[in-house]
Design a protein around this ligand. Structure first.
Ligand SMILES: Cc1ncc(COP(=O)(O)O)c(C=O)c1O
Length: 405
């Protein structure tokens, strides 16, 4: 038995990293930084260094780091009831479910813990509808370069080329076609198809926005063929693109939608939503130990209430416009080949494969940004970011690009 972990208090960053590297399973190379505190758009490391955060836990901390409304809700709920039982109701679960169904076009919700888990539920639900209404149809059509999560089935559903040879054999039943190509989608539908699943903006692959005609066409195709439209709004939902849900901007309604990331404002929680007629799970079909647990539900309810009360999605849209204008102005100096995105999910393409170098130098200068591709930078700040913080980011970015390009 050892209580060595307590000895970390006062340990140097180098010592903490040595201990981390001797016990954590390797999954990624991390910078030599240990974050200890966050507030709004800023993070501080163990040495007291401050960072401007334009990653926000991968588009997760929708209201920034430790927003007061979320901290209050978690504290209050932790004192009252952290975990009841998934087989019983709890009060925040009821509030969270009403908030989601009353503010979206969907009627029913199942709560889960991660985006991948919500998507797994979406596929199970679509297969069940296929079994009942379409002679056992089970195939789901997804798109090239899509990202739906890291469970075995979601790696099979995703269109990430680098994953194709990994963890074989894949889960069968997924067909992939090019994104934004309605004709390819049409040609892929057959009697085995039960659903189409797409992201309104492909975030992980580099921020590629679905065209309006495409989304409307997908809706029509699904209606004509009697199959389901699943929107993976795990990255685009909860205000990120300038409306509470991205589907609102396309004038269509999905049959099934999944949410995660920004939904808990940093607390791990996700949701699978469906129209009434599609909500066909029977007892025993779906569940999970932590599904709908009170602490997560209270966090989610607090985030949703704050989003709606303070009209945060609308603010994300105007802040997004400011960020785009700033990037556009810089684009003349640095020859950006494209700026794309919606709301506060924005990417720029650099004229050379220098995005990783830019991310590294930005970190040295106290700025967190992401490079989803060798020549692409992605920005996903808190949705309540200030104009001054956007201007600060643009100034650091300009310094960085002057060095790396
Ligand atoms: C669109 C989309 N779907 C699913 C996921 C997976 O979510 P999680 O990592 O919470 O399982 C992600 C994560 O980046 C995502 O962007």
């Amino acid at each position: 038995m050892s209580i060595q972990a307590q000895a970390l208090e006062g340990a140097s960053t180098a010592e903490m990293i040595r201990q981390a590297d001797s016990s954590l399973m390797y999954i990624v190379t991390r910078p030599n930084i240990v974050f200890t505190r966050g507030k709004g758009s800023y993070l501080w490391d163990a040495d007291g260094r401050k960072y401007l955060d334009f990653i926000q836990g991968w588009a997760v901390n929708s209201l920034g780091h430790s927003p007061p409304a979320l901290v209050r809700a978690i504290n209050r709920q932790a004192k009252a009831l952290i975990n009841g039982s998934p087989a019983f109701y709890n009060e925040p679960m009821i509030r969270a479910s009403r908030l989601l169904t009353e503010n979206s076009c969907l009627d029913r919700v199942f709560f889960a813990n991660s985006g991948a888990e919500a998507n797994e539920g979406a596929i199970k639900l679509a297969r069940k509808v296929g079994a009942i209404k379409r002679n056992g149809a089970y195939e789901v059509i997804t798109t090239h370069n899509s990202f739906h999560g890291r469970t075995l089935a979601m790696m099979s559903a995703s269109g990430k080329a680098a994953w194709a040879p990994l963890f074989e054999p894949k889960v069968p039943g997924f067909v992939k076609v090019p994104f934004n190509d309605l004709n390819a989608m049409r040609l892929a539908v057959n009697s085995k198809t039960c659903a189409i699943m797409v992201e309104p903006v492909q975030g992980e692959s580099g921020v590629f926005v679905a065209r309006e005609r495409y989304m409307k066409g997908l809706r029509e195709l699904c209606d004509q063929e009697g199959i389901l439209l699943i929107l993976d709004e795990i990255q685009t939902g909860i205000g990120r693109t300038g409306t509470l849900f991205a589907y609102e901007q396309y004038g269509i309604e999905p049959d099934i939608m999944t949410l995660g990331k920004g939904l808990g404002g940093g607390f791990p929680v996700s949701a699978l939503l469906a129209k009434e007629g599609v909500s066909v799970f029977e007892a025993g079909d779906q569940g999970g130990t932590f599904c709908g647990q009170p602490l997560a539900m209270a966090a989610m309810a607090a985030v949703l209430e704050e989003m709606i009360r303070k009209k945060i999605p609308k603010r994300a849209k105007s802040r997004g416009n400011r960020l785009r204008r700033g990037l556009k102005a810089m684009g003349q100096e640095f020859d950006f080949t494209e700026i794309r995105g919606k709301g506060l999910l924005i990417a720029v393409d650099l004229p050379a494969d220098k995005a990783v170098a830019a991310v590294e130098l930005a970190l040295e200068k106290g700025l967190l940004i992401n490079a989803p591709r060798p020549s692409t930078l992605r920005f996903m700040p808190a949705l309540n970011i200030s104009n001054a913080e956007i201007d600060e980011m643009l100034a650091i970015l300009a310094e960085v690009l002057r060095k790396v390009l």
